[in-house]
Design a protein. Structure first.
Length: 96
């Protein structure tokens, strides 16, 4: 039996999204928590460690983690394939 289609609504306050270049993942008995962060450049002192600011914290049901990982993996492979196709020379052209 097919699952019903879910209508997705994105509220205006989140439709722009936030940029993240780092994530921390922790797990509890019933869920996972992912903190999406922006790593900031080091301040003037080289002894200061880099800082990461949490821009979004998402709690995910443990039962949803495997489907989420599969969807991420499929999309990452599809993106890589598209980038490779885009970077391949067309017939009759030389690679640069």
């Amino acid at each position: 039996m097919d699952e019903p289609e879910i209508q997705i609504e994105v509220p205006p306050e989140v439709e722009v999204g936030v940029y993240a270049n780092f994530a921390l993942v922790s797990a509890g008995p019933h869920d996972f928590m992912i903190d999406f962060c922006q790593v900031m450049p080091q301040s003037g002192d080289e002894d200061d460690p880099p800082r990461a600011r949490v821009v979004s914290r998402v709690r995910i049901a443990a039962t949803f983690m495997v489907p989420l990982m599969q969807a991420l993996s499929q999309n990452a492979f599809r993106r890589d394939e598209l980038l490779q196709q885009h970077n391949e020379p067309a017939d009759g052209e030389e690679a640069q």
